[in-house]
Write a protein that binds this ligand. Structure first.
Ligand code: PMP
Ligand code: GLN
Length: 379
């Protein structure tokens, strides 16, 4: 069979979680919270399921959820949206990314992607007939060199994918990055796919510089978020995409043939959650900052070097002083012999730089983090 995705195997997240189960290891690999979704959200979704709200929703989403998202965005980014026309509810950010990319990428188009990159971008670009053009960011600070970006732009370049806060590096983009991005997008007429699924998890008082804050950028953008990260419900696969009206209507043409609509009871429950318990969203950064700090504190004295984590629920560790194995081998050794599952950073690169860096997820109970750190301190 002539595969459409010859280079794709089973995702590293599935692989490592399976190994974690197999070896009864502490799973700090795949990014998902160990704690449960808030009780209010659970009781609301149960309520809607039991009260007959179980049929298709409008393809673009339940209006009250679109409205609540618009209110949150107004509050956080001071941007006014036309909720009905610009916000489309999707089955996770994964669907939104896929559909946004299918909307804009045509055969032979090039799309700029920063490595290390989340795994969902490249296959979506290739399935649209495009080509991902990778720019590798360097450890330990993973700063974007915008001159390099400009040099990579050709007459085929159609879009640029950004991700802030960034998985896996835990970096957030700066105002300087936004200024540079704006210049390139304006000069070369590019679209932006802005993956902002960790928008509510920025640490050390870092602001989240959403593309939504800037009308000029928004005019060229698909901004994507996920309720999974915000409300500890990754398994619900609920997300959304925000775009200017003319792009949103094209996005919706494809969305309606990918899923048509997303899980109706969850949309109602999430709308209630945003309306009645929005303090959950406001408390998320502090909540995760405490987790990050606890993990870092308990790693003091280990031979790992902790890299800065400005956002997301990930922390990178350099293990150069612990092992000579490459990162994939090291992660296999770590899960099988030491009992901790992590993600090797090389899998996020087109051309791995040979760094000795792994990613840990700290969306875990304090006891789990302490136990994992205790093991890591003995290596
Ligand atoms: N983008 C990034 C950067 C992510 O980390 C994730 C979730 N792991 C997604 C997109 C996908 O989100 P969802 O689970 O809502 O599809
Ligand atoms: N986004 C999650 C992570 O980075 C994994 C999602 C998935 O398993 N596809 O670990």
């Amino acid at each position: 069979f002539n595969s459409k995705l010859p280079d794709v195997g089973v995702s590293i997240f599935s692989q490592m979680s399976e190994l974690a189960n197999q070896f009864s290891a502490i799973n700090l690999s795949q990014g998902f919270p160990e704690f449960d979704t808030p009780n209010f959200l659970k009781s609301q979704i149960t309520h809607y399921v039991q009260h007959g709200v179980n049929q298709y929703s409008p393809s673009s989403g339940v209006p009250k959820l679109q409205q609540q998202i618009a209110s949150l965005i107004q509050k956080k980014y001071a941007t006014e949206l036309n909720a009905a026309k610009q916000i489309t509810i999707t089955s996770g950010a994964t669907e939104a990314l896929f559909v946004a990319i299918q909307t804009i990428v045509r055969p032979n188009d090039e799309v700029i992607v920063f490595d290390p990159a989340y795994d969902a971008y490249k296959p979506a670009i290739e399935l649209a007939g495009g080509r991902s053009v990778h720019i590798a960011l360097k450890a330990p600070d993973y700063t974007i060199n915008w001159r390099t970006v400009e040099q990579k732009i050709t007459k085929h370049t159609r879009a640029i994918v950004i991700n802030t806060p960034h998985n896996p590096t835990a970096k957030v983009i700066t105002q300087q990055d936004i200024t540079e991005l704006k210049r390139l997008v304006g000069t070369y007429k590019l679209y932006i796919v802005s993956d902002e699924v960790y928008e509510h998890i920025t640490l050390d008082e870092q602001p989240h510089l959403s593309v939504l804050r800037d009308q000029e950028l928004l005019a060229q953008s698909f901004v994507i978020s996920s309720f999974g990260k915000t409300f500890h419900c990754t398994g619900w696969k609920m997300g959304y995409c925000i775009a200017p009206e003319h792009l949103a209507s094209e996005f919706r043409k494809i969305h309606q043939y990918v899923t048509f609509s997303s899980f109706t009871p969850a949309q109602h429950a999430l709308a209630d959650m945003l309306e009645q318990q929005s303090e959950h969203v406001d408390s998320l950064s502090d909540f995760y900052q405490q987790k990050r700090d606890l993990l870092i504190r308990h790693l003091l004295g280990s031979r790992f070097t902790v890299l800065p984590s400005q956002g997301t629920y990930f922390l990178l560790l350099d293990y150069s002083d612990v092992s000579d194995l490459n990162d994939v081998e090291f992660c296999h050794w770590l899960v099988e012999q030491a009992g901790v599952a992590a993600i090797p950073l090389s899998v996020f690169y087109q051309t791995p730089p040979g760094d000795k860096v792994i990613r840990l997820c700290f969306a875990k109970n304090d006891e789990t983090l302490k136990e994992a750190a205790h093991i890591l301190c003995q290596l």
